[in-house]
Design a protein around this ligand. Structure first.
Ligand SMILES: NC(=O)c1ccc[n+]([C@@H]2O[C@H](COP(=O)([O-])OP(=O)(O)OC[C@H]3O[C@@H](n4cnc5c(N)ncnc54)[C@H](OP(=O)(O)O)[C@@H]3O)[C@@H](O)[C@H]2O)c1
Length: 352
């Protein structure tokens, strides 16, 4: 690419926003030029106002950028990455899309809108067909594409591999979610140290409905949700990064263990996705050791873009059970949304 694509990051001061800034500052296609925040940060230098909590320093070139309001049009950019809280994303993102901006959002506000793609390039790239529907129905020049909830992302890779090989009918999942999933400052140390909190507001419903949309079929104008019964229970655990899910799954046709193993091992992304800059060679990796995956040891596989799976065994209740792990602020948030944007560029939705 001759000239990089100018992009804005909304809520660049938060923990997901910082991941965006850090990844985009060294991205081969995108150049972050506009950073926004809440009224707390507007008008101040990014390097002064951000409480930097991700690895590596604040990118030198962005230290002096003055933080702008999230609700104002960001000017001359071709793409917006949004790490806004859902409550404000629901108002700001549609307004910016109506003004002509392409938006890749991490917020949950629009994920389940019937005309908004909920995208993971390796799982459902065909759902991008909804962009034309969205523009037509809403009269927008721009559009919004969303990324799933971070825990859904960890479950969806093994479920996709199994659904395309056999058909999945039921899933029961219990998540153990890192504290970075709650943003910064997030959960109080007094609540989470030496503890597990068996409640994360809204999380269980998100996992249940987003799974059905992601695995649904797209017939041009709409998504038919996959007929899968999903039950999720979400827990916050004292881990910094990396959401784990232990889950049981019922498959169609009761395939033998060797075939299930093979389906997980053989999962490969569609051709259109394999060569994108942020795409890992293998997005789903099966770990053979009996005590893996583990957040501290496995969350950074493939620079945080690989979902790892292990402990595959028979389940006396639903058929099979296993454990999956995803890096929640990379594949599950900023890096996943950047991969979405790369697919949008490759498919001509954003001018290079
Ligand atoms: N953390 C994860 O693992 C994860 C994963 C997937 C999706 N998400 C989603 O990503 C979004 C950001 O999460 P986070 O973890 O980065 O949260 P966070 O660390 O709490 O950051 C919140 C960000 O939102 C900004 N903000 C707050 N109120 C605002 C307002 N009224 N108008 C404009 N900006 C406002 C803050 O700006 P100031 O600093 O200037 O106040 C800050 O940049 C959320 O929608 C979350 O659900 C998070």
């Amino acid at each position: 690419m001759k000239d990089k694509i100018r992009v804005a990051v909304l809520a660049a001061t938060g923990s997901v926003g910082q991941r965006f800034v850090s990844l985009l500052a060294r991205h081969p296609w995108f150049e972050p030029v506009v950073l926004t925040g809440s009224s707390r940060s507007v008008g101040r230098r990014y390097g002064e106002v951000v409480r930097w909590v991700v690895p590596g320093g604040i990118p030198e070139a962005l230290q002096e950028v003055v933080v702008r309001p999230s609700e104002e049009p960001p000017g001359d950019v071709a793409l917006i990455f949004s790490a806004l809280p859902a409550a404000v994303a629901g108002e700001i993102e549609p307004r910016l899309a109506a003004q002509g901006y392409a938006i890749c959002s991490n917020a949950s506000a629009l994920r389940m809108e019937p005309d908004v793609p909920l995208l993971i390039p390796e799982v459902n790239p065909d759902h991008l067909a909804l962009i034309d529907v969205q523009r037509r129905q809403r009269g927008w020049q721009g559009f919004v594409v969303t990324s799933p909830n971070c825990s859904t992302t960890g479950l969806i890779f093994p479920l996709k591999a199994l659904h395309q090989a056999f058909g999945v009918s039921r899933v029961h999942a219990v998540t153990m979610q890192a504290i970075s999933g709650a943003g910064y400052p997030g959960v109080s140390a007094l609540d989470i140290l030496d503890n597990v909190i068996p409640y994360i507001a809204g999380e269980e419903a998100k996992i249940e409905v987003e799974t059905r949309k992601l695995l649904g079929t797209c017939d041009q104008d709409q998504i038919s949700q996959a007929p899968i019964l999903v039950s999720a229970q979400a827990n916050r655990v004292p881990v910094l990064d990396g959401h784990m899910a232990v889950f049981s799954v019922q498959l169609t046709g009761q395939p033998p263990l060797a075939q299930v193993l093979d389906a997980l091992q053989r999962f490969t992304p569609p051709k259109a996705v394999r060569d994108l800059p942020s795409a890992p060679r293998r997005p789903l990796v099966l770990l053979k050791q009996q005590d893996r995956p583990q957040p501290r040891r496995d969350r950074d596989l493939g620079e945080g873009m690989v979902v790892s799976v292990g402990r595959l065994q028979a389940c006396p209740v639903l058929g099979y059970r296993m454990v999956s792990l995803v890096h929640n602020t990379l594949r599950g948030a900023a890096a996943g949304a950047i991969l979405n944007a790369e697919l949008l560029v490759a498919q001509g939705y954003i001018a290079a």
